[in-house]
Ligand binder design. Structure first.
Ligand code: 8Y7
Length: 285
């Protein structure tokens, strides 16, 4: 059994699945954002129709140099979309680091919290523990404004694996069941191209934590560095990176281009089965 518990949703991770990105920001680096609620909702529904298992709604950009969004604005952007999509029966994730937004999103029907700070804000763990939503714990070195200036690690895979193990243990201690936890090395968050490639190459080391691994590489600057393509022209690179992550054991792929990613996964799946998910922590429960 490889089931992620996410609110009312049981997400089958015996095969990789796709999380579609819904940015409702004015400065999201790769798709310009979709601030108009009707356009955002239509885009989310399109991604669901294309086969996205989860929609990840973000109201604050974490890109380097992005301006912070205040809580009231973030709530106003995110909550109505969560409500509308949850009403459709969708599995909705909310990309936020703010406990108040987490609480409101859960109240509006969200099934997952995607926190680039791995629930380290005071009260974030408590909000998650007081609900039944899934949590994605992501690694970031430094702060969004400065994280790409001089990222440095003695052992990038080992340090990130240890950080994720610590944050997962903090979740368990707070009362969050192992079956609700997802871990993510945080591609591009305080990492050079060399770091990102080392993490992707050795992603299996992260899967040995025993939690499902989420990988977000879609349109990221490392793919631009490899291909020489601008952000709007990284579809093929993104699909290749998502497939590489899935082959190495990632079970949730956070992408902009849902249909194309699902097609690539289908081709691989027709050739050979996916290896059994390493979700021993869930199986113990
Ligand atoms: C990731 C993410 C972003 C990621 C998780 C972008 C919010 C930058 N990247 N969340 N968020 N993992 N879990 O390019 O890699 O989409 S924002």
């Amino acid at each position: 059994m490889a089931i992620l518990k996410a609110g009312l949703h049981d997400i089958d991770l015996s095969m990789p699945c796709v999380m579609g990105i819904l940015n409702v920001t004015s400065d999201s680096f790769s798709d310009g954002g979709r601030l108009e609620p009707a356009a955002a909702l239509a885009h989310a529904r399109r991604m669901l129709a294309d086969g996205a298992r989860i929609i990840d709604i973000g109201g604050e950009s974490t890109r380097p140099g992005a301006t912070p969004v205040d809580e009231a604005d973030e709530l106003q952007r995110v909550v109505p979309l969560v409500e509308a999509l949850a009403r459709d029966g969708a599995c909705v994730s909310v990309d936020t680091t703010k406990p108040a937004v987490m609480r409101a999103a859960i109240g509006a029907g969200a099934s997952m919290l995607n926190d680039v700070r791995a629930l380290q804000a005071p009260a974030a763990l408590e909000v998650a523990a007081g609900s039944n939503v899934a949590v994605c714990l992501m690694h970031m070195q430094g702060e969004p404004g400065t994280m790409q200036q001089a990222p440095a690690y003695a052992n990038v895979v080992g340090e990130i694996r240890a950080f994720l193990a610590r944050r997962a243990a903090a979740c368990i201690d707070a009362g969050i069941a192992a079956s609700r936890i997802v871990v993510d090395p945080g591609f591009g968050f305080g990492k050079t191209l060399t770091h990102n490639l080392a993490l992707l190459r050795d992603l299996a080391a992260i899967t040995t934590l025993g939690y499902p691994v989420l990988a977000g590489l879609s349109r990221k600057s490392s793919l631009g560095a490899i291909t020489g393509r601008d952000v709007g022209d990284r579809l093929a690179a993104s699909v290749a990176a998502a497939l590489a992550a899935a082959i190495r054991g990632a079970r949730i792929l956070r992408v902009h281009d849902v249909r194309e990613t699902i097609d690539a996964l289908a081709v691989w799946n027709a050739i050979e089965p996916w290896p059994a998910a390493r979700m021993s922590r869930q199986n113990e429960q």
